[in-house]
Ligand binder design. Structure first.
Ligand SMILES: O=C(O)CCC(=O)C(=O)O
Length: 286
């Protein structure tokens, strides 16, 4: 995964998700998305386009990326690990915030899960080197997340997955309409930290970029259909919204980081500060 071709300017036009598929907040532009139907996993143009959209906006939806048979394989292999009764999650699951349960798949020695992971990765792994350019990178996380339904849940807090450049792929195993609490993102906030000119501290770096980012930031909660994938630069501020539906939202999360820039790159103090920055930017956002 370390040798990569140098990206060239993309030539294909991004497909933009129509406004009625975005969150209800009024905005000037819509969420960047690429329709991957019938695209080959080693489509170079698509890899370059994705890298370019991530560079500009910090996130992108890959529509129709995961083939239905791979998706149903993921659903059946992960469902074995779900509790029979709500609230009876077995050890291994971690409740990161109210009603959001995570299971690190690296800890689950299940060949079928490993196979379905490999199938998902096949759909996009040829494109990763375009984003990481010539830098060496590796997979740093493979998680199964289930956001439970019900009014007891809360919106997650805004956070970065890593203060340094990296990629997060969210693969929902069901449709994610607004009621099921999609991921909300503050586009452009990937510029807050981790630039080439980054100062020694995450906070210094963010302080100098907040005013630049504030003028361009926009807030979105793109709804997804099963088979779509949300990918974002790990620095993009985001949070999972509360699931108000009667069905859960099971999601696979795969993360990739540069070697030497392992996540999260934040301590307790900067995590709190970035939650505040996210809340303020969300109010200012278009
Ligand atoms: O639930 C989501 O949509 C986002 C997941 C996430 O950011 C996390 O678990 O850290």
């Amino acid at each position: 995964m370390s040798d990569s071709p140098r990206p060239a300017p993309p030539s294909a036009e991004p497909v933009i998700i129509p406004p009625d598929n975005c969150s209800s907040k009024v905005r000037l532009s819509c969420f960047p998305a690429i329709d991957c139907s019938n695209r080959s996993p080693n489509d170079r143009e698509l890899g370059l386009l994705l890298s370019s959209l991530l560079h500009i906006h910090g996130a992108c939806v890959l529509k129709n990326l995961i083939p239905p048979d791979v998706l149903s394989q993921c659903v059946s292999t992960t469902s074995k690990h779900l509790p029979l009764h709500r609230g009876s999650y077995r050890s291994g699951f971690l409740e990161s915030s109210t009603n959001r349960w995570h299971l690190s798949m690296h800890k689950v020695k299940d060949k079928l899960i490993t196979n379905s992971l490999a199938e998902c990765e096949t759909s996009y792994q040829e494109w990763l080197p375009y984003f990481f350019d010539r830098r060496e990178f590796k997979r740093t996380q493979f998680q199964f997340l289930r956001s439970e339904p019900g009014s007891g849940g809360k919106n997650q807090m805004f956070h970065q997955d890593n203060s340094k450049r990296g990629l997060t792929f969210l693969i929902p195993l069901v449709d994610v309409p607004l009621i099921r609490g999609p991921t909300q993102l503050l586009l452009s906030t990937h510029r807050l930290t981790g630039s080439a000119l980054q100062s020694a501290s995450v906070l210094n770096s963010a302080a100098s970029s907040i005013s630049n980012v504030a003028s361009t930031v926009s807030i979105h909660a793109p709804t997804l259909e099963a088979g779509d994938v949300l990918v974002y630069d790990s620095r993009t501020l985001h949070r999972g919204l509360k699931n108000r539906d009667v069905e859960g939202r099971p999601t696979l999360i795969l993360r990739y980081d540069e070697v030497g820039s392992e996540p999260p790159g934040h301590g307790a103090f900067s995590t709190t500060i970035f939650r505040g920055i996210g809340n303020v930017l969300a109010m200012l956002a278009k």
